[in-house]
Design a protein around this ligand. Sequence first.
Ligand code: OGA
Ligand code: NI
Length: 675
Amino acid sequence: MEIIRDVQLLMLGKLAFMKNIWEPSISFVTLQSPWNSSTGLINKVEAAGIPVIDLSYDYDLPSKIGNACQAWGFFQVINHGIPSNLRRTVKVLVKEFFDRPLEEKGKVKRDEDPILVPAWCEFEDRELRELTSQWAAGFPECRSVLEDYASAPELALGVGCHKDGGTLTVLFQDSVLGLQIQRRSDDEWISVRPVPDSYVINLGNGMQAWTNDKYWSAEHRVVVNTQREKFSIPLFFFPGHQVNVKPLDELTGEQNPPLYKEFSWGKFFVPRNHGHFKNLNFENIQIDHFRASDNEDGPYNNSQSFSLQRDSQEQTSLKTLLNSDIRLMGSLDSDFVLEPEHRPNLNSADEAEGVPLIDLSLSSAQTRETLLSEICRACRDWGFFHVVNHGIPSNVRDRAMELAKWFFEQESEEKTKVRKDEVSLMGYHDGEYTKNVRDWKEVFDFFLQDPTVLPASADFDDGEVMILANRWPLNSPEFRDVLERYAKEFENLAFRLLELISTSLGLPADRLNDYFKEHTSLIRLNYYPPCPQPELALGINRHKDSGALTILFQDAVGGLQVCRRSDGEWVSVRPVPDAYVVNLGNSMQVWSNDEYWSAEHRVVLNRERERFSIPFFFLPAINVPIKPLEELTSKEDPPKYREFNWGKFLVNRMLGDYQNLKVEDIQMDNFKVEP
Ligand code: OGA
Ligand code: NI
């Protein structure tokens, strides 16, 4: 921190800054490795490079610094007074920290030194939020050395590289070339050559605004070095959150009117800081948003209270960013990260023998026999198959997919208007857990029967029921119309498949129909956003569906995998144009007394592409007993499951899905009879 004071005092000499703007301050120390910001080749290494200033040689220091601030907004300092042994220790520790396994880096523990920042970026919102440092558990040296090094209250991981938001950044970089800045005079990108034992100082947005553009906050970036890792430790020096940033009176006048409107540092800082941690494709809030302009219709036109305009493009994305916590930068939130043994191997799903494809069109009695035996084999060996010639019109499906896309693309403010909760259970949700790991997806659910009656709790002695209604977005009547129409199509196909499956088990075609008189089926729209680390997370973790059948339409992206019954290998269920994926759920396996199979499946993610799917879960009525059918059991082949009640099972699953319970969900295996 000493160095900050020194540089600041030197600037004070030149510019007569007001002392009180620095107190209390919010600063960050950020560890960066490896550099991961914008790409670009090192095309220019300036011979002289940015100015190197010797702080121990004080002849005309203020003017040297002033010139550097004006021409470059960047300079390097030597003889800065920070002991080099301390820096070396920090560097070793930082490297050690980043070399640790990801799961460990994800687990950072809170401590008790709060600093207060505004809770939200709404300019009228006065609520404050406490931020505390997070330190790697089991790595106490890291904390103590870094605190010594910086006396800074924040340790954060990862930061983007544009113009820095604060007032000063003091950066130590190792000897790997990579930092580049844009020269003020001609916009050329110039490499900042590491000078041994120096620190790079650059001015942030705040300084540029105070000096009314006299001093410069330079655009900078780091080019990726494919051979070597690069470590750097910047310290961001920020004003207190309540400080109003605007050109200093002393530096403005008739000739030189203020170029910026006043803004409060905290309100600028909070949305920017959210921006670093959520890797969304939108521009961060920038100082330029506060530039004074004659156009009083602009989004930031009121110099007293800046209100964020909701209808501008910028605000749309900002809102999405602030409300959504599904997309994170760099390393995933640990909730999403799978245990190593459950992570997908993105290259090796075996596709040599894929799931069977069954043509449902019938032309003669002969083909009906063939069809039934194909269904029998598919249900027994896989529990998964594709169907074509299924009778669902493709125009309804296409429109449903378009509307699903429309729905998920909305601002999260809109989506959360129909958010599901423990009371309504249907609607939008983005926080599902499967096997206690968070799924990288957003969903929208609705029941086929509206309303649907379910037991009020999973407790077997509780006879109460709850009546659950669907929740539909009010801003598109078509959404509901099309999806309800699509649901009807799914339902018809489901009854047809149910009869085929009953027949294939040697039972009357309608043997199971009564179980679905008041069925509890539901349709889900699944949206899987692109994931920066698809090797660590899943769109939906391995699971078995619990009902009778699932019929699913997936787009062309792919990602669904099934665990093959014969050898337990994960096999991709490659999208087949116009086909639906059918899979059997737990209930069907129990009815068939394990003759038929309910396969585990999961969805692997894609770094670049988003994926949509629409499953229809064909679920029995609540009073239906799930137990092996008597016709399929005998003395020699006794029931493998005890009876359980569908309604209680469903409610248990639905309430379990809702949060990350530290227990396994109730599973069909809970009712398995021990041999
Ligand atoms: C599910 C499911 C698969 C997919 O929602 O239960 O398995 O491809 N979805 O979206
Ligand atoms: Ni599923």
